[in-house]
Design a protein around this ligand. Structure first.
Ligand SMILES: NC(=O)c1ccc[n+]([C@@H]2O[C@H](COP(=O)([O-])OP(=O)(O)OC[C@H]3O[C@@H](n4cnc5c(N)ncnc54)[C@H](OP(=O)(O)O)[C@@H]3O)[C@@H](O)[C@H]2O)c1
Length: 334
């Protein structure tokens, strides 16, 4: 008899690959997935997974989901959204999942996908970041603040329980099935013919400033593997940083997606971030600019040596796969 895994957010960029990895794991017998929109597991060839429409804000729905499972994987989250809406769903919904899992009899393990953003963008943090660095978050970036708040809620909700708690902190996830990074580029919204024209006339390509902060990327299949491993491993519970091998630059990213990078001093990003932090009424989408003000490169030694996780893709390969799938643009700097 294998284990039963409940997954919140199985239809997202990470969820699809995570459920696929769980499907391929012989130790997993059954999977229950829950998110809000209609979805058919058969479209992905899944055999072990059953999908339930439900909202993590609905405590009863969450209780019904987690009570069926030996392991609960919590992925449901609003990543790109307004500060107000994401806060409403992410904090209350995540707390529901944590508390319901602790209260249910059957689950013995909880796997929560946090983020590098939980550490916050602090110039006094070490580079690279290790798992023992406190997850302080940065209040001026809603996503970072909420990820830190969720980690604090996790500690509070699970304190004194027997639950084995695995926390994954991935960097930006990308690849052909995780295109959010490409979609987030402002010029991705340009009409197709305009984008085509920029290929023929490079001078038309948007100029994007690069303050020189190194970036990490991880492939969706590698994150999915880490999640599936956490569901079944005998490695110790705790936090694990997750990132593909190597670093890339913002210049690599903008070049891959058809814009022109221009190097600017690192202090430019710090100034822009400081101005935004004190400006009133900043649109939530602009809060992501804080990410560029300091390095948040992580050390993944613990994931590799303790969990035994090894990414199959480098950051550069992940970027190239995404770029090929989205724009058929050759990435030459890899
Ligand atoms: N993508 C990244 O680069 C990245 C990096 C580090 C960490 N993470 C973390 O990994 C987790 C998964 O991210 P992702 O990229 O897969 O996000 P995503 O693509 O936006 O998917 C979010 C998932 O959550 C579900 N969901 C949202 N609100 C819900 C609600 N109220 N009730 C039930 N389900 C809900 C969505 O389905 P419905 O909308 O249909 O409900 C979807 O299945 C998140 O915690 C995220 O912060 C992501």
């Amino acid at each position: 008899m294998g284990i039963t895994v409940a997954v919140t957010g199985p239809t997202g960029e990470i969820g699809i690959s995570a459920v696929t990895a769980l499907e391929n794991d012989p130790a997993v017998e059954q999977i229950w997935g829950m998110a809000r929109r209609p979805f058919d597991p058969a479209d992905h060839g899944w055999k072990k997974a059953t999908y339930i429409e439900g909202d993590i804000l609905d405590r009863e729905a969450v209780e019904k989901l987690v009570e069926k499972a030996d392991v609960v994987v919590h992925l449901a989250f609003i990543v790109m959204g307004s500060r107000a809406e994401s806060e409403r769903i992410n904090l209350a919904g995540t707390r529901n999942v944590f508390e319901a899992t602790v209260a249910a009899e059957r689950p013995s393990r909880l796997v929560y996908t946090s983020s590098v953003a939980a550490y916050g963008y602090h110039s006094d943090n070490p580079v690279p970041l290790t798992e023992d660095v406190p997850t302080r978050g940065s209040k001026e970036h809603y996503y970072s603040a909420q990820k830190a708040a969720c980690e604090a809620a996790l500690v509070e909700a699970t304190e004194g329980s027997d639950l084995e708690v695995y926390v994954l902190r991935p960097c930006i996830v990308a690849g052909p099935k995780a295109p959010a990074l490409a979609d987030a580029m402002p010029w991705a919204q340009l009409p197709g013919p305009v984008r085509e024209a920029t290929k023929l006339v490079p001078a038309l390509k948007p100029l994007i400033p690069d303050p020189g902060i190194p970036l990490q990327l991880v492939h969706h299949d590698d994150v999915a593997l880490a999640i599936a491993m956490c569901a079944t491993t005998t490695a110790p519970a705790g936090a694990y940083n997750i990132a593909g091998t190597g670093e890339i630059s913002l210049s690599d990213v903008v070049t891959a997606f058809g814009a022109r990078p221009v190097r600017v001093p690192a202090v430019t990003a710090k100034i822009a971030s400081a101005v935004l932090a004190y400006a009133p009424f900043v649109p939530s989408a602009l809060e992501w600019l804080h990410v560029g003000r300091t390095s948040v490169v992580m050390d993944t030694t613990r994931a590799e040596t303790v969990l035994g996780w090894h990414p199959a893709h480098t950051a550069a390969e992940t970027l190239a796969e995404l770029a090929d799938s989205r724009y058929s643009t050759a990435v030459t700097r890899l």
